[in-house]
Design a protein around this ligand. Sequence first.
Ligand code: XIL
Length: 317
Amino acid sequence: EQFNSFTAGNELKPDSLLDYNKCISDPKYDDNPQVTFRNAEYLLDFAQEEGLSMRGHTLVWHSQTPRWFFTEGYSRDENAPLVSKELMLKRMENYIKNVLEYIQSNYPGLVYAWDVVNEAIEVGDDMPGYYRSNESYWYQIIGEEFLEKAFEYARKYADPEVRLFYNDYNTEQVTKMNAIIDMVEKLKAKDLIDGIGLQCHIGHNSPSITDIESSIRKYAELGLEIQVTELDMSLTDYTEETLMKQASRYKRLFLTLKYLKEKGFANITNVTFWGLSDDISWLNKPGIPNYPLLFDQYLVQKPAFWGAIMHPDIPLN
Ligand code: XIL
């Protein structure tokens, strides 16, 4: 009833798709990483049966990508040397090819957008262009060129109607935003990118909706699609009052998104929540439950739901 698109939270990430046993089974796979969809198939089947579309998340990311993917001979030894740039580019190309070709041939039209690269900017690492370096083997092996290459390969193997996204968090922080814009501009000039994904893992009172709005206006000036890809609003203090505040903030956010879209300020083509109900949110920590989403553990609408659909009874305060 409520959704027409969803994202697999983990099942299409490299650590879920890479098939270690097959990769090491034959030296011919050294530059051609083998994948398996055994963890993802039930979701792809579900989407197809229910007539839902999916966002693909994510091809090239520093996290949830095993170290052995980057080592000589796919070694799991923690001291194993990393491969050369040349070999890693081949692994990247073939990984992207294998993933896209499997999905496009088995589930044509199902995945309409891919987060080709996720979270490549980290201001704190203090590198030129603010590229993430410390935690990223992609950056360490290939250098900043990995970004353009990822998009180049994705463009090469993606069906023409599949849209290619760069996705990141804290996208309203000004230094990070400017770094993302500089990077995306270069991709756009080569027609390698179609959209920017704003994760929007936000707090219950920061960032301000105004800051989110002005960042969306800036990103939209690039002439790309904007999608809100992982929306949730952290809330650990669960009272009637805080739930209503959360509802108001969701309402203000959705009014803003609707306004930006309707007035033609931003081509916002999707909003996705990072989970359906609070009990399964990634924000829950042992002993510290979180209530960031629209539905409670019984799948009953919270005030946040009525806020998100901009119900008149939810105050804006
Ligand atoms: C999270 C998942 O929800 C968790 O289950 C997993 O343990 C860690 O990753 N940004 C992203 C998502 O792009 O892939 C992350 O998802 C949340 C932050």
